[in-house]
Structures are given as structure tokens and as C-alpha cells.
Ligand binder design. Structure first.
Ligand code: CU
Length: 167
């Protein structure tokens, strides 16, 4: 009885450590987590925006052949876009908006978490089978921004959208 309670405490402690580790406060300061976003986390490639301020809506369809449609997109600096993310497949996909560094970090985080579902963040949503979610973003810097799916193996297989932000 007492033994079992001890094991439960040990398990919970291990779980808490795992969760804290995943949240990454002790890791690189550029790691984006939901908690950080709520505290006004800044992104180098733009900022979350109010859907009411969107200049247009772009539908992004995620498929089980590990691609997004469209695979390329051009936006203008200052433009606010609502992405309507549609999962047309039979497995979960996710949509993470970010520069190359953000994609690389997210890929590493997902590998560490071994398939656990990420909670939605200011720049990322997970779409379950037959689910559609929206995310509104304002692009503030010229350059290239990517959308990546970081379900295990998907990004490596090329599941990404290249967004060209024109000045
Ligand atoms: Cu995917």
C-alpha cells in the first residue's frame, strides 16, 4: 500500500520533470511555447493577428501523401492572412508557421516527445482527422517563412509550404 503510493509519487515527479523539460524554459530562450506566447512572445517572422483584421483567407490542405496544397505562396509585408488548415487525410497533421530555425526547433521538440500531441500555439495548430482550424498571422518581414508538419517523419518527407514575403 505504502509502496504503491511511493511509486505513484515517483511517477508523477518524473512526469512533471518531463513536461517541464518539454516546455523548455531551461533550454534555448528562442523555444516557442504556449506559455511564452501568452506572455507576449515575439517572433522574428511576424505576429499573431485578429481574424477580423485579415486581408484574405488562404486554404491549406494537408494530405496523407505528406504534402500541403498549395506548396508555395506569396504574401506582401504588412499583409494579414487567415490560414484555414484542412486535414484531408486519415492521420493527424500539424501546421507550424515559422522561419527555418523555428521549423528545426519544432522538429527536434516533436522527436523528443515521440509522437505526443503538441498543444496549439500562436503559430501552430494540430488538425485531427477531418478537422479544420484557422490561424491568423501578420507578416512583418520580407524573406521566406515556412509552414511545416512535424508529425513523425512528415517534415523530413517534405511536408512543407514555402511562403515568400515580398516587400
Ligand atoms: Cu503531416
Amino acid at each position: 500500500m505504502f509502496d504503491r503510493r511511493l511509486r505513484l509519487v515517483a511517477l508523477l515527479t518524473a512526469l512533471a520533470a518531463l513536461l517541464l523539460g518539454a516546455c523548455g524554459n531551461s533550454e534555448s530562450s528562442t523555444t516557442t511555447t504556449g506559455a511564452d506566447n501568452e506572455q507576449g512572445m515575439e517572433f522574428a517572422f511576424g505576429e499573431p493577428a485578429d481574424p477580423a483584421d485579415a486581408d484574405r483567407t488562404v486554404e491549406i490542405v494537408a494530405s496523407d501523401d505528406l504534402s500541403f496544397d498549395p506548396a508555395n505562396l506569396t504574401v506582401t509585408v504588412g499583409e494579414t492572412v487567415t490560414f484555414r488548415v484542412v486535414n484531408a487525410g486519415q492521420v493527424p497533421h500539424d501546421f507550424t508557421l515559422g522561419d527555418q530555425m523555428t521549423q528545426d526547433e519544432h522538429e527536434a521538440e516533436m522527436a523528443e516527445m515521440d509522437g505526443m500531441t503538441m498543444s496549439d500555439e500562436a503559430n501552430a495548430v494540430t488538425v485531427a482527422v477531418e478537422e479544420t482550424k484557422e490561424l491568423t498571422w501578420r507578416f512583418t518581414e520580407p524573406g521566406t517563412v515556412l509552414i511545416g508538419c512535424h508529425q513523425p517523419g512528415h517534415y523530413a518527407a517534405g511536408m512543407k509550404v514555402e511562403i515568400t514575403v515580398e516587400s
